[in-house]
Design a protein around this ligand. Structure first.
Ligand SMILES: NC(=O)c1ccc[n+]([C@@H]2O[C@H](COP(=O)([O-])OP(=O)(O)OC[C@H]3O[C@@H](n4cnc5c(N)ncnc54)[C@H](O)[C@@H]3O)[C@@H](O)[C@H]2O)c1
Length: 268
């Protein structure tokens, strides 16, 4: 997919990976709607990017907000070619996570993707193409020590992206699933697990930061756009995740034993 001249929506674009993606997209010649719960941050980032970027505020798990972003894109720039379902949140910690924490993680990390695809795919089928890029996480292929809702909701995001690609790939719809490990953003530094679960919050951050390099959001955005240009399904900013995923698939029991040992070492 050639990015220049395309119209994109990026959710969670007020900060972190989403802001970097929006910046790289505009630099590559796309026009972008930045959507974020934090309307002021999205507006600031959009303003810094110039006339190729506009902002929409609101919760992107809310169908009305997704529709408003699509309408804004069409009014400003034309039909949406690429949708980056990037907004994501941490969850609770373990079995004591509340129903509310589970629901919030599933809403933002999964159902926001489903609702966006539901609105966009019919138009993409009519026009003969479109590209859906979901930001999941290495936690969606492996696990997230310290947070059951994050691990599970990210697995579901991977599962939805797979399903979308298998179901619509023959009709011109492209799908990528982005699965980073550590990225230097607010989410990593205090957002994965609520601070009142201090031990689990520390475990979650240590697990991510000790497993590999913590990348800058711009580095991740470059890798994502290169993956989109080549239309790869799985985009792994940390290539070692592929080895870990293969290890999991080749011997699940051994992988679980290894994860238990890793967790015990981090807690010690
Ligand atoms: N940072 C990491 O280490 C890491 C690793 C793997 C995956 N990810 C994933 O990358 C994505 C981006 O995370 P980030 O690290 O840039 O986090 P971040 O917290 O820096 O940025 C996330 C942005 O999304 C916005 N947002 C949150 N909920 C929203 C909602 N319901 N509607 C609209 N906007 C919302 C926030 O306001 C924020 O601006 C997430 O899906 C996250 O799970 C991050």
């Amino acid at each position: 997919m050639e990015i220049s001249g395309k119209v994109a929506i990026v959710t969670g674009a007020g900060a972190g990976i989403g802001a970097a993606l929006a910046g790289r997209l505009v630099a590559a010649g796309a026009r972008v709607v930045l959507a974020d719960l934090d309307a002021a941050s999205a507006a600031d980032v959009a303003e810094s990017l110039g006339p190729g970027a506009v902002a929409v505020g609101g919760d992107v798990a809310d169908e009305a907000v997704i529709r408003a972003a699509i309408d804004r894109a069409e009014a400003e720039f034309g039909p949406v070619d690429l949708y980056f379902a990037n907004a994501g949140i941490g969850g609770g910690a373990g079995l004591d996570s509340t129903d509310q924490q589970w629901a919030a993680a599933l809403e933002v990390n999964v159902l926001a993707h489903v609702r966006a695809a539901r609105l966009l795919v019919p138009g993409w089928l009519e026009r003969g193409g479109g590209y859906f890029i979901g930001t999941a996480s290495a936690a969606g292929l492996l696990t997230q020590l310290g947070s059951a809702p994050y691990a599970v909701s990210k697995h579901a995001a991977v599962g939805f992206a797979e399903w979308l690609s298998v179901t619509y790939g023959d009709q011109g719809i492209r799908v990528s699933c982005v699965c980073p490990m550590g990225v230097d953003t607010r989410l990593l530094h205090g957002g994965l697990v609520p601070p009142e679960h201090a031990a689990e919050a520390e475990l979650a951050v240590k697990a991510v930061t000790s497993a590999g390099a913590v990348l800058a959001p711009d580095e991740v955005a470059d890798i994502v756009l290169a993956g989109v240009a080549e239309e790869h399904f799985l985009i792994l900013p940390h290539p070692e995740v592929l080895k870990m995923y293969r290890h999991k698939g080749s011997d699940y029991d051994r992988w679980i034993d290894g994860m238990r040992r890793f967790q015990a070492a981090l807690r010690a």
